[in-house]
Design a binder for this molecule. Structure first.
Ligand code: SF4
Ligand code: SF4
Length: 72
């Protein structure tokens, strides 16, 4: 659910997504200067990171994935 992907080829390390995420999901790798998803489970699919990224490097999905219980 939520954020799916950060394209590191497009990311310029501006840190906007890290600063703007209200759930503190994202971090900037200090070595590579690329954003990465640090706490995926906390993401609430608000789409702010995707809309704010100046490089269009982030993809989110709105639908929460549900795991169907298996019959046994
Ligand atoms: S906002 Fe976009 S370009 Fe900036 S650090 Fe995040 S992913 Fe990279
Ligand atoms: S969709 Fe919202 S909660 Fe999820 S990583 Fe982006 S800004 Fe954070």
């Amino acid at each position: 659910m939520g954020i799916r992907h950060i394209d590191v080829r497009l990311c310029n390390g501006c840190n906007i997504c890290v600063e703007d995420c209200p759930l503190d999901v994202l971090r900037l790798d200090e070595a590579t200067k690329k954003a990465y998803i640090a706490y995926l489970r906390d993401c609430q699919s608000c789409f702010l990171c995707q809309s704010e990224c100046p490089q269009d490097a982030i993809r989110c999905v709105a639908v929460h994935e549900r795991r169907m219980p298996k019959a046994w």
